[in-house]
Design a protein around this ligand. Structure first.
Ligand SMILES: *[C@@H]1O[C@H](CO)[C@@H](O)[C@H](O)[C@H]1NC(C)=O
Ligand SMILES: *[C@@H]1O[C@H](CO)[C@@H](O)[C@H](O)[C@H]1NC(C)=O
Length: 370
């Protein structure tokens, strides 16, 4: 009781004000670079938990290897790719855009707009009901900039966005949860595969153009994984558990068109704004030679049921492997944390076979020296 009277309220207020200044006016060098994430379940870190959707990872055993040992909305046993990239930037993981904690100084870290189930097209993932489709993720990014402007002003907001790193991961669902969702799907009646790929790449280009218009100047764009080799596809769309030929063909076509499209954007906007990460090649390495990378298998998911644990979704009653680090796939569709680590290692330091025009550590060095 007596102790509290020792505090001079003016001093407390002044001290609080100085603390606030220290938070709001950091030296730009001292703060890790902001990071913004867009895309699907490979990058969603909890947005779908706030939505009425069936595309969610909010019950055990999801998150079993996360520091809290609890589900977070990430489609992983532990960290996902954005978390591991944040760690490389020396930063905390970005918060989901819909999180109520994303206010004040937390806005400076960046934000994650990813939403499981989305694709490049609006009609992709319709069966999951409410998800944040790509145009909406970009609308939210505009809204984010208005909120940040209210906090630090327009010119600092612009600088923060121009100097930030962006990650875009989308496209797989346009095959798995659209074109090939059911036999004779509407899109497959409308387009042959090569024409469909051309169409979605053209739509993707518009999203990237808009991201550029909104200030993005360093954008990592990942291709799809080897879609046909996911345990779900081995179980459902192939014979003898081999990779599904049709989905592998789709991924190959899409990934090569995507790289060409990014080269075109770089020619137009100036070099090295869009960086292509050949995630299919990274995956292929450990799908072809799992033991080289410390996996016992790349065919069977750690969590699931049925052949290859590839049927349905991962849930409390599923088969669950005891050592998640030995499996390339965590659930029927998504890589394990260990696989995500290998992918991020290649993103950081891979040769031009994986990263075009260059790997992320080179980009970070370049940006640090300018
Ligand atoms: C997707 O939906 C949004 C909102 O309804 C619309 O503005 C946009 O044009 C649509 N995109 C395409 C490619 O149809
Ligand atoms: C990263 O990219 C740079 C530039 O292309 C290259 O010199 C370097 O060797 C790459 N890192 C690794 C580990 O290959």
């Amino acid at each position: 009781m007596a102790h509290s009277s020792n505090f001079n309220p003016i001093v407390v207020i002044l001290f609080g004000f100085i603390l606030l200044l220290a938070v709001l006016v950091p030296r730009s060098e001292a703060r890790p670079r902001s990071f913004f994430v867009f895309g699907d379940s490979l990058v969603d870190n909890g947005n779908n938990n706030y939505l009425l959707t069936t595309a969610r990872a909010d019950s055990p055993p999801y998150g079993i290897d996360y520091p809290t040992r609890r589900p977070t909305g990430r489609f992983s046993n532990g960290f996902n790719i954005p978390d591991l990239i944040s760690q490389q930037l020396g930063a905390e993981s970005t918060l989901p855009y819909l999180s109520s904690e994303l206010t004040g100084e937390n806005l400076l870290t960046g934000a994650n707009f990813g939403s499981a189930g989305v694709g490049i097209l609006n009609d992709t993932g319709a069966q999951f009901m409410n998800v944040i489709r790509m145009h909406m993720q970009l609308d939210y990014f505009e809204e984010y900039q208005q909120r940040l402007t209210a906090l630090i002003g327009a010119s600092r907001t612009k600088r923060l966005v121009n100097q930030a790193l962006f990650l875009m991961t989308v496209g797989g669902n346009d095959f798995v949860n659209n074109y090939y969702l059911v036999p004779n799907s509407a899109r497959s009646r409308q387009f042959s595969l090569p024409h469909y790929v051309k169409f979605i790449i053209c739509e993707y280009r518009k999203h990237l153009q808009r991201l550029y218009d909104l200030g993005a100047r360093r954008v990592l764009v990942t291709g799809t994984g080897p879609l046909g080799c996911a345990p779900a596809e081995r179980a459902m769309h192939s014979t003898n558990g081999r990779c599904s030929f049709e989905l592998q063909r789709s991924a190959a076509l899409y990934n090569s068109r995507l790289e060409q499209m990014l080269e075109g954007l770089n020619r137009r906007f100036g070099n090295d704004i869009f960086i292509a990460a050949n995630t299919a090649q990274m995956h292929k390495d450990f799908v072809a030679n799992p033991t080289t990378y410390g996996f016992v298998t790349s065919k069977v998911a750690c969590c699931g049921q049925g052949p290859y644990n590839g049927i349905g979704v991962c849930r409390t009653t599923s088969n669950l492997c005891s050592n998640r680090g030995l499996y390339a796939f965590w659930d029927p569709f998504h890589p394990s944390e260990k696989a995500n680590r290998l992918i991020v290692e290649q993103i950081m330091s891979g040769s031009t076979r994986y990263m075009k025009p260059m790997n992320l550590s080179t980009i970070l060095e370049l940006d640090a020296s300018t």
